[in-house]
Design a binder for this molecule. Structure first.
Ligand SMILES: Nc1ncnc2c1ncn2[C@@H]1O[C@H](COP(=O)(O)OP(=O)(O)OP(=O)(O)O)[C@@H](O)[C@H]1O
Length: 436
């Protein structure tokens, strides 16, 4: 298990991570979400001992990474797939890592097979595509058969077959009882892969709950209605609005309605003499829920914002407030917050109360998985400097070496990236390594 307590990281005036407390449990895939620059890579680097927290601490199996006996065999990570010496072959790269951690060479060939690189194992990695590089990084993470795995954007650059493979790999690693912590910006993929989510925005914890609860807490179910023509649509819009429903036009001419149950919508349409060509219940996607939750915590946004049509307009010159954990961003998709009685359809009982002091917020951890750090969310976010460009994860590069150097020479103590080093199959960090 990974446990962060009050984790804070400042780079000069920039607060990259602020007072983060969470647990990543074994046996599940935990997704780590947040907008660009929200502190995900910084958090992962601190977990792996590559960055020191300004305050707070983070442990793996109860120990800081740097104090884990033979840490590379207990924790496997993919932080930066490009942190590979381009002159080395995939096999040489993995052999170097294996030898540093006392892992037999046969395991190198095993993981090359697992990630599908067996046919290019002896090719120099500088010729690898983005997806091949990702596969090599995943192979490095798996090398020591580790109990704890961290992946920063593992599907980056992978083709659909590769994405499916990573999804199944993550799930099977978790099903074996391992701790799997994975960041991604691909919400549709996260919805299919992760069981649990930790969401941060501007370095602060926004949510720590199951995917299902996250969607429920940050979106309202809605109905879609279609009428034969514009005239009837306008008539229906007026009738539904008068009855207390919130009505938004959909791009295809349908209406998205929250705040009214389906039978009521049908009755109102009947009373208004409006024919319906569609009346269907819908649940928001993880992407919609995520957008709603993190909208105010986005630092870098196009001037042509794709979300523009989906949110209520703000008065000119005003900034949206930070989202409230468990309540998301007010005004996003305009569903009424659940606690205001705006649930149009039967929704699952939302956990109470919000774990981070959100008033009436439903953002509680999954049943049976209480977040032990329930506390008041900071009243004000940490001081922010003006938006800075995001910095790529800073996994150290292996030292430059001649391309033809033998693996045995390459395994000299020149620090290989800790993030790429493998780990053992044993959850107990104090237990001696098994003989391989
Ligand atoms: N070494 C550093 N020095 C100064 N600022 C840094 C450093 N590393 C990260 N930051 C800043 O900290 C913030 C968080 O960065 P981080 O890379 O952790 O975000 P992220 O969530 O991983 O972003 P992305 O999704 O774009 O990868 C950013 O504003 C970034 O500019």
């Amino acid at each position: 298990m990974i446990e962060a307590v009050g984790l804070t990281k400042r780079y000069g005036a920039k607060t990259a991570v602020y007072n983060l407390s969470f647990q990543v449990r074994p046996g599940t895939v935990t997704g780590f979400l947040g907008p660009n620059g929200s502190g995900k890579s910084t958090t992962m680097r601190m977990i792996l001992g590559l960055d020191n927290p300004t305050s707070g601490h983070v442990t793996i199996g109860g120990h800081p990474y740097r104090k884990l006996p033979n840490a590379p065999r207990q924790v496997g990570a993919l932080l930066d797939a490009k942190a590979v010496h381009g002159g080395r072959s995939a096999r040489s790269h993995l052999l170097c890592l294996a030898q540093l951690s006392g892992i037999p060479a046969r395991r190198v060939d095993e993981v090359l097979g697992v990630v599908g690189l067996q046919d290019v194992a002896r090719k120099r990695s500088k010729g690898f595509s983005l997806g091949m590089g990702q596969r090599l990084g995943i192979a490095a993470a798996l090398l020591g058969d580790p109990q704890v795995l961290l992946f920063d954007e593992p599907v980056n650059g992978l083709d659909p077959e590769g994405i499916l493979w990573v999804r199944n790999l993550m799930k099977s690693l978790a099903a074996e009882g391992r701790t799997v912590f994975v960041s991604s910006h691909l919400m549709s993929e996260m919805a299919l892969t992760a069981d649990h989510l930790i969401v941060i925005g501007r370095g602060q914890l926004l949510a720590d709950m199951s995917v299902k609860d996250f969607i429920s807490a940050n979106s309202a179910d809605f109905a879609r209605v279609r009428t034969p023509d514009t005239e009837q649509r306008e008539k229906l819009t007026a009738a539904l609005s008068e009855a207390g429903g919130q009505v938004l036009p959909e791009p295809d001419g349908a209406l998205r309605i929250t705040g009214l149950p389906l039978p009521r919508i049908s009755d109102l349409a009947h009373d208004a003499d409006v024919r319906l060509w569609e009346l269907s219940p819908h649940q928001a996607s993880l992407e919609e829920a995520y957008m709603r939750m993190t909208q105010a915590a986005v630092d870098y946004r196009s001037t042509i914002d794709q979300k523009e049509g989906l949110m209520q307009p703000l008065p000119p010159g005003t900034q949206p407030p930070m989202p409230v954990p468990g309540q998301g961003q007010p005004g996003w998709y305009a569903p009424p917050p659940p606690q205001q009685g705006g649930q149009p359809f039967a929704m699952p009982q939302l956990p109470q109360p919000g774990p981070y002091g959100a008033p009436g917020g439903p953002a509680a951890p999954a049943p049976g998985q209480p977040n032990p750090y329930a506390g008041q969310a900071p009243a004000t976010p940490p001081a922010q400097t003006p938006a800075q460009p995001a910095v790529a994860p800073a996994a150290p590069q292996p030292p430059a070496q001649p391309a033809d150097r033998a693996p045995a020479e390459s395994a000299a103590p020149a620090a290989e990236p800790a993030a790429e080093q493998p780990a053992p199959a044993d959850a107990d960090p104090t237990k001696p390594e098994d003989a391989r």
